[in-house]
Design a protein around this ligand. Structure first.
Ligand SMILES: NC(=O)c1ccc[n+]([C@@H]2O[C@H](COP(=O)([O-])OP(=O)(O)OC[C@H]3O[C@@H](n4cnc5c(N)ncnc54)[C@H](OP(=O)(O)O)[C@@H]3O)[C@@H](O)[C@H]2O)c1
Length: 269
């Protein structure tokens, strides 16, 4: 679909639309002409985002994605309101900054439910609506750390790596349905993400001075919705690091440690 073509009449669902990248994406999609369903747990925040959208007919879906019943209830509400779905943006996610000895099994479960199981279950629940719509697209918001594990974020990195893997599998599995599946890997982005993430040991949060604004990531989501690509990484250095790791892990480790700074050491053996 050429970029100049109006997107009016298309329906999108954005998870994690109550803040950050999801809120910016919902706004950008509405400006482009999409009618948008906003999904997250905090209803008051969703209503605030709803009030900033362009156009009419948008929908608020209050749901906790760690609860399968709530996913199905939300999808039923969406079906009743929209009838079809052209774009699913699996954006909701949570971080977890913790050393190995600080990991707690309830939080680990929540991270994997939110970042891995929810995109799978949402995609499954949305399948009938996507199948009957024109040029359907699923965009999974992963992270640069999905392609290169990062110390102090083993669980979060692993959850985002799983999401990259899901994209690889589903883009072939759903090709016969004409559903494009894209993985977007943002780098540091200025949102409330770092305040919201569990960080039991008080590990240093990254410096956000050179982080991307959420609006820049939202622009990339729209670009993928219009012209789907299998995977897009928003920082070429991270893309290189991810590609280098299986071939030259020691070099990759040294480069990463230098980039992260702080207390981390590259392994000696
Ligand atoms: N910020 C970064 O530097 C960065 C970098 C790379 C990738 N990412 C990824 O980008 C995505 C968006 O993150 P963000 O930076 O915009 O952070 P954010 O502002 O904290 O947004 C996270 C969103 O996910 C929603 N969410 C979390 N758990 C949920 C649950 N159980 N059910 C429903 N919604 C849930 C939150 O809404 P409620 O709390 O209202 O439910 C919120 O809207 C995440 O997948 C994140 O991993 C972020």
């Amino acid at each position: 679909m050429p970029r100049s073509q109006p997107l009016n009449g298309l329906h999108a669902l954005v998870t994690g639309a109550s803040s950050g990248i999801g809120a910016a994406t919902a706004r950008r999609l509405s400006v482009a002409g999409y009618t948008v369903a906003l999904l997250a747990r905090r209803g008051n925040k969703l209503e605030e985002v709803l009030a900033t959208l362009t156009g009419s007919g948008h929908l608020v879906l209050r749901a906790d994605l760690t609860d399968t019943d709530e996913i199905h209830r939300a999808m039923e509400q969406l079906r009743a309101a929209f009838g079809g779905l052209n774009l699913l943006v699996n954006n909701a996610g949570m971080g977890y900054r913790a050393r190995l000895e600080e990991l707690d099994s309830d939080t680990l479960t929540r991270v994997f439910q939110t970042n891995v199981l929810a995109p799978l279950l949402m995609s499954k629940a949305a399948l009938p609506l996507l199948r009957k719509s024109h040029n359907p697209v699923i965009i999974n918001v992963s992270s640069v750390v999905g392609r290169r594990g990062v110390p102090g974020q083993a669980a979060y990195s692993a959850s985002k790596a799983a999401l990259c893997s899901i994209g690889e599998a589903l883009r072939i599995e759903l090709a016969s349905d004409g559903i494009a599946v894209c993985t977007l890997c943002p780098a540091l982005t200025t949102t409330g993400f770092f305040d919201a993430q569990p960080n039991p040991g008080g590990l240093a949060a990254p410096e956000l001075k050179r982080a991307d604004p959420a609006e820049a990531v939202a622009e990339e989501v729209l670009a993928l919705a219009i012209k789907p690509r299998p995977e897009k990484t928003l920082r070429w250095k991270w893309k290189l690091l991810g590609a280098l790791t299986p071939f030259a892990p020691r070099i990759s480790d040294r480069l990463l440690v230098r980039r992260l700074g702080g207390e981390w050491l590259a392994p000696r053996r």
